[in-house]
Structure formats: C-alpha cells, structure tokens
Design a protein around this ligand. Structure first.
Ligand code: IPM
Ligand code: MG
Length: 363
C-alpha cells in the first residue's frame, strides 16, 4: 500500500459536515497507526458548492476529485435548494461525480451487527446474521438516459420524460463486478430486473446470463424487482449478492438498510474508475442537521471500504468494523439506533469512541 495518499473530502450539506468530521478522526488514527501521510483536502459540493460558486459541482471540486486517490463524501441536498433549476440542484453534484469519475459500480453492504438486532423493525430470526451486498449500476439507466426533461405538447399540456437505457457493455461490466464480488463471498448472485415488462431489462437478463458463462463457480438467479422487494423483508437471508440497475438499486438498498437497524449504518463504495468515492447511503437529513444527533457510523464504515477497495487493504476495513462493533457492544448508541437500556451519545462522542477503540487494536 502507498504511504502517501490524497483524499478529497466533500462534506456537502445537512449532516454531511458532521459525519465527515468524525470520519476524519478515524483517518487521523489510521494515519499514525500505519505511518501514512494523508493529504486531506476539502472542497464544497452540492448546496455548499452552489453557495460557493453558483454550481453544485464547482470545477475546482471536480478537479480535486480527479486528482485524489479517493473521495469521501458526506451528503448533499436540502430544502433550501429544492426550487432551483434541475441542473443546479445539489443532487447533480453526486451524479456528476459518479459519471465524470466513471464510477459505474456501487457496492452497498447491508450487514447487521449483533448488538443492533433489537433496533431492526424485523424479528430477530429474520435478520440475525444478515449479510447482503447490493451491487448497483451507477452511471447508466434511467438516471442518465436520453431523452429526458419536461416538454410542452401542442395542446399546451406538459409531458415528462425519462428513459431507461442500457447497452450490452454497461450490463456486462456490472455483471462481472457482481460475480467477482460473489466469488469472495457465498458465490450466489441474484440479478434483479423487470424483464417481464421492460425490454431494456430483458436485455439486462440476457447479458447477465451470457456473462455468467465465465463464472461457473457462482450461482446465478433472476428475480423481478417487485418480488425482490417483497423477498427482502420476507426472508432477506436468502440473498448473498444482488446486482441491479441504477434505480432499482437505489430503492432496494434503502430497503436493505432498514434490515440492519438504521439507514445511518450503511456505507458504500463507488468504484470502476481510476479512483473510488465513498459515502454513507443516507442523505443530508436536514431535520437533524447541526444538532449533533447524526449517526456517523455509516461514514466511518465508508472509510473502511475506502481502504479495502481503493488502497487494497482489507485489514483496515476489518479493524474499522471491529472498532464499531466494540462501541456498539459496550452499549453506546446514537438516537437513530437507540433502544432501552443503552446509552445515547451524540455524533462527536460516537466518533471519539470509535477512534478510541481503533487506537487499541494492535497492528
Ligand atoms: C443515493 C441517493 C442519490 C441517488 C441521490 C441523492 C441523487 O439517493 O445515493 O442513493 O439517487 O443515487
Ligand atoms: Mg438512494
């Protein structure tokens, strides 16, 4: 692993700055533990980018992301910017970063910590031991397809259009990521589509089957998205790796996150380009922003994923997970995962606790 690494920090909006601040504490511990030199450079994106320069993804911020070995992002968006033209909304920063950096594969692990089983809204036996990886296609599909927009028809009424588009190479490369990921896990992939209604996802199914020929050691199954949404709450442990389109992955990963107790627990990695971007899957949560109530664990776990996927250091990912687990086992909880008999702590205290546990781990 390289000793000198540059990491772009994009705190963004809402609770983004608060959770990134805690993740930086973890980076600092890792820096001294591993004798690294981390060049941490911060820049505004999202609503913060718009306020700073009139665009959600300022040129300088994008350039910083391109130059960095990895990007850590908090969250973007908020009511303040909801009325802006679509092209200027905070969310465009995220989509712009994903596509400009070529990050076509989004890995979203939904893994439950034993200590949080009681925080899940599902029964213990349904979620205990849950460990799913959602592989979401991230730079194609209806999020990017053309034509798009709102047009005025001859009768003066408006028509809204978005288009689901996937080419064979786009499907093949994400299928390969899913099969490779499955090889290191339980070797089972469920490809989620709507092949009974959408031609585009019928092609998705065909190309996935074709690509699977190179991965005879991995089992492949197909599921329609409506059924998959139902199966995720009925019997989530049947899943190992789920591979799906951009939009279905967006929806199913939020659903999967709730199985683990809180959306505040789920990290993510976006890979496939020259570097990777790491972010919690939760949003900017404007209702609790600035109150010290946000759960920083998803962002902290995203730092672990950064070391695993961008810096080829799985050990660090395991350490971060162990540190988080130790804090949870001691009974500390942020509000979103609070349950009876536990001790509620704020965002910053939670970051300190994890940093403290991480320091204790022997290299
Ligand atoms: C996510 C988010 C984003 C998405 C939004 C904020 C653009 O929901 O990362 O899941 O839809 O991809
Ligand atoms: Mg989402």
């Amino acid at each position: 692993m390289k000793k000198e690494l540059s990491i772009a920090l994009f705190p963004g909006d809402g609770i983004g700055p608060e959770v990134v601040r805690e993740a930086v504490k973890i980076l600092k511990v890792l820096e001294s533990k591993l004798g690294l030199k981390l060049g941490l450079k911060e820049a505004p994106v999202g609503g913060a980018g718009y306020e700073a320069s009139g665009h959600p993804l300022p040129k300088e911020s994008l350039e910083l992301a391109r130059q960095a070995d990895a990007v850590l992002l908090g969250a973007v968006g908020g009511p303040k910017w909801e009325k802006l033209d679509f092209s200027l909304r905070p969310e465009r920063a995220l989509l712009g970063l994903r596509s400009s950096l070529g990050l076509y594969a989004n890995l979203r692990p939904a893994k439950i910590f034993d200590a949080l089983i009681e925080s899940s809204t599902l029964k213990r036996e349904v979620v205990e031991g849950l460990d799913i990886m959602v592989v979401r296609e991230l730079t194609g599909g209806i999020y990017f397809g053309e034509p798009r927009g709102v047009q005025v028809m001859p009768d003066g009424k408006r028509k809204g259009v978005n288009t689901e588009v996937y080419t064979e190479p786009e499907i093949e490369r994400i299928a390969r990521v899913a099969f490779e990921v499955a090889r290191k896990r339980n070797k089972q992939v469920v490809s989620v589509d709507k092949a009974n209604v959408l031609e585009c996802t019928e092609l998705w199914r065909q190309v996935t089957v074709q690509t699977h020929k190179d991965y005879g050691d991995v089992a492949l199954q197909h599921m329609y998205v409506d059924n998959a949404a139902m199966q995720l709450v009925r019997n989530p442990k049947q899943f190992d790796v789920i591979v799906t389109t951009n939009m279905f992955g967006d929806i199913l990963s939020d659903e999967a996150s709730m199985l683990t107790g809180s959306i505040g627990m789920l990290p993510s990695a976006s890979v496939g380009g020259n570097n990777g971007m790491y972010e919690p899957i939760h949003g900017s949560a404007p209702d609790i922003a600035g109150k010290g109530l946000a759960n920083p664990l998803a962002t902290i776990l995203s730092v672990g994923m950064m070391f695993k996927y961008s810096f080829a250091n799985e050990q660090v990912d395991a350490w971060v997970e162990t540190a988080v687990e130790a804090v949870l086992n001691k009974g500390y909880r942020t509000r979103d995962i609070m349950s009876k008999g536990k001790e509620e702590v704020g965002t910053s205290a939670m970051g300190d606790l994890v940093a403290g546990e991480l320091e204790k781990i022997k290299c």
